[in-house]
Write a protein that binds this ligand. Structure first.
Ligand SMILES: [Zn+2]
Length: 200
């Protein structure tokens, strides 16, 4: 038996989506809308499900994503995945961050399936984020999983909290980079990476 159960309270049997929907209903009312009007009737639950999808990264973990897709290889040339689409949400305003991610690594006996790199990006992107942390998390995860000699990650993104709210910031984008191992220590490796993504 649950020692701290409250006998006078009904257990909450609603699904997480239904619970979230109740909050969205209040948000709509708080914005001065009528959540009962026809166009908004189903909005709370739809919005709840959309937000659950956009934050699905909390339910994922690295081991599950990689799932053995590591292969022995004597390739010691840079592997680069360019222009990975990025959709995330900023943790300050819960508004979209939209951009591109460029990921490169220098293998040390092991390579990872390219689609797995995109999924690692998605796992961290589908959470509430700031761009600096997102960039670092992607780099460190790839380093951890592949045991690479080095990893480089560059993220170039527009933040809707800037472009939609701000004045005269509609065209600003933000670039962040994290260089680990050989990408940090060897300027030639770093330059090769930046060249390949058109950044130098
Ligand atoms: Zn923001």
């Amino acid at each position: 038996m649950d020692a701290v159960s409250h006998s006078d309270e009904e257990p909450d049997n609603r699904t997480p989506a239904d619970q979230l929907a109740a909050h969205y209903r209040e948000i709509l009312a708080g914005l001065g809308e009528d959540p009962e009007r026809e166009g908004l009737k189903d909005t709370p639950l739809r919005a709840a499900k959309a937000m659950q999808y956009l934050t699905r990264g909390y339910e994922e973990d690295l081991d599950h994503i990689v799932n053995g897709a590591l292969f022995t290889s004597d390739n010691d040339e840079m592997v680069l995945l360019r222009d990975i689409e990025l959709y995330s949400l900023c943790e300050h305003h819960v508004l979209p961050i939209i951009g591109k991610v460029h990921v490169a690594y220098l293998p040390d006996g092991k390579v990872i399936g390219l689609s797995k790199i995109a999924r690692i990006v998605d796992m961290f992107a589908a959470r509430l984020q700031i761009q600096e942390n997102l960039t670092r998390q992607i780099a460190e995860a790839l380093m951890q999983v592949t045991g690479a000699k080095g990893v480089g990650v560059v993220v170039d993104a527009r933040h809707m909290c800037m472009t939609m709210r701000g004045v005269e910031k509609q065209h600003s984008s933000m670039a962040t980079s994290v260089m680990l191992g050989a990408f940090r220590e060897d300027s030639r490796t770093r330059r090769e990476f930046l060249n390949l993504i058109g950044r130098s």
